[in-house]
Design a protein around this ligand. Structure first.
Ligand SMILES: Cc1cc2nc3c(=O)[nH]c(=O)nc-3n(C[C@H](O)[C@H](O)[C@H](O)COP(=O)(O)OP(=O)(O)OC[C@H]3O[C@@H](n4cnc5c(N)ncnc54)[C@H](O)[C@@H]3O)c2cc1C
Length: 457
């Protein structure tokens, strides 16, 4: 089978590439290959009753399938160059913002109208942060919510399904170079294309490494973020989340001058498991639908760990820390902040008696047995710093889930077109190491599709 363009991966990067190609070059024959299921068939077996924790399915319904890792996410599309990726380094600050705004317009027109756009600009809270040694990063954020995000994806899929060939449950095993394009190998056969866009996200990171090895493409891996997910009564952060929804706050620790930051804030949300290549970590999201809102807010506190030569496997370091929590807790561990401060594990009884009721069923335990001291010290310092702008954050009953690891895909060597040294082979989204968010991944998809449309339309 021959195509003009083959896209590997149907996450936001792949979807927006496909979408843009159908708009800018409707005559091109485009196929999308995806390891996971189509959207309507994505169902995580954890029901909280019969199945309480991750059973390590062959493909993870949360991470794989149409919509990618973003399908059941909180749908927070941050429009900023301050975080979420470094797309601007390749395509320029202005273009990156323009494309993120373009993606936002599409999301709004496919079901997101009526959702709110929040902004940090000119906010009084920024001053309060500075006065307390905290820095609030600038961004505009569209919060679709898990439910509307799903509807937007459903609508985009309905728009695309007759114009693009989707191959679900079809993992691409290898990519090889042909004289005038590429061959994509799957269990269902080989497929050829003139241009190939790889958009395999974090779950495809190991495979991406093998592609780079096989095709002799340079890579670099030096960063991983490690920390915990904090769960508190929503009222404690209400004055912040009502106005900003998501606030990215950075703190420089006094002890080591490490940077600790808040990440992925979910007002009235739930804490969830995340399975990356068989390792269970923690994440969170929230719904736009008022009936699905909880009494709690959750967010991650992450410490960035940068490694220098000769160590090259930053993700391996993060994985092993996560493995330790999986070994001790059989999955994610939960601990009361008061127990952590007193140097004791949380027990089932203490969690039952806690005033903050956990939204994720995790194993009560001791995070100090899992997290390196320097990282844990940084997290504790930041909790006390946040307590000054949101009193109650450092309460004994605050829950900490661990571990949360933000794996960064190794950075693939790409030029200003997000093209590898092999002409016509592009790598976009989180799998490229260039992006780490819905908005940046989607924007990178639009960018590359425009480039291909210019060449082939
Ligand atoms: C629970 C959760 C909540 C999140 N919340 C937010 C949020 O609110 N805001 C935000 O900005 N970001 C959020 N993120 C991160 C965001 O989802 C990712 O940054 C984004 O999805 C990256 O898009 P992508 O297209 O690059 O990769 P992905 O979304 O990971 O998609 C890659 C796709 O490729 C497929 N694939 C992998 N390997 C192969 C292969 N060999 N062959 C075929 N298919 C393959 C995978 O199955 C997957 O579907 C969240 C992530 C999670 C897990």
């Amino acid at each position: 089978m021959k195509y003009d363009v083959i896209i590997v991966g149907a996450g936001p990067g792949g979807i927006f590439s496909a979408y843009q190609l159908t708009k800018k070059a409707p005559k091109l024959k485009v196929a999308v290959f995806e390891t996971g299921n189509e959207l309507s068939k994505r169902k995580c077996p954890i029901d909280g009753e019969k199945i309480k924790s991750c059973i390590k399915c062959k493909t993870c319904a949360i991470m794989n399938g149409f919509g990618g890792a973003g399908a059941f996410s909180d749908g927070k599309y941050n429009i900023t160059n301050d975080f979420g990726g470094s797309l601007y380094r390749y395509i320029g600050h202005k273009k990156a913002i323009e494309l993120m705004e373009y993606v936002d317009d599409i999301n709004v027109s496919y079901g997101g109208a009526g959702t709110k756009m929040y902004s940090t600009s000119g906010n009084a809270f920024k001053t309060k942060c500075i006065q307390n040694k905290l820095t609030l990063l600038d961004a505009s954020v569209r919060h679709l919510g898990t439910d509307i995000n799903y509807i937007v994806l459903e609508n985009i899929y309905n728009e695309l399904k007759d114009k693009v060939d989707f191959y679900f449950n079809t993992t691409v095993e290898a990519i090889s170079i042909l004289e005038n394009g590429y061959k994509v190998t799957t269990k269902k056969g080989d497929f050829e294309c003139k241009r190939c866009i790889i958009s395999v996200g974090r779950s495809g990171s190991k495979w991406m490494e093998s592609v780079c090895r096989d095709l002799d493409i340079d890579t670099n891996s030096s960063r991983v973020d490690i920390g915990v997910r904090v769960e508190i009564p929503a009222v404690i952060f209400k004055h912040i989340t009502d106005e900003l929804y998501e606030s990215k706050i950075v703190y420089k620790t006094e002890k080591f001058e490490d940077r600790v930051r808040t990440f992925c804030m979910n007002p009235n949300g739930i804490v969830v498991n995340e399975n990356t290549n068989g390792i269970v970590t923690v994440n969170g999201h929230s719904f736009e639908d008022p009936s699905k809102k909880t009494e709690n807010t959750n967010f991650a506190l992450l410490v960035a760990k940068h490694f220098s030569e000769p160590f090259k496997d930053s993700n391996g370091y993060g994985e092993n820390i996560a493995r330790l929590s999986n070994m001790l807790g059989g999955g994610v561990i939960v601990q009361r902040f008061g127990d952590l401060e007193r140097g004791r594990r949380s027990t089932k009884q203490r969690i039952l008696e806690n005033t903050v009721i956990p939204t994720l069923s995790a194993t009560p335990g001791d995070l100090s047995l899992v997290l390196p001291k320097r990282i844990l010290d940084g997290i504790i310092e930041m909790i006390y710093a946040l307590d000054k702008i949101a009193p109650g954050t450092a309460n004994d009953d605050t829950l900490l889930y661990g571990v949360e690891v933000k794996f960064y895909n190794m950075e693939v060597a790409l030029d200003e077109n997000l093209e590898t040294k092999h002409k016509g082979l592009y790598v976009i989204g989180d799998g490229s190491g260039v992006t780490h968010s819905l908005s940046h991944a989607s924007a990178s998809g639009v960018f590359v599709a425009d480039k291909i449309a210019e060449q082939l339309a």
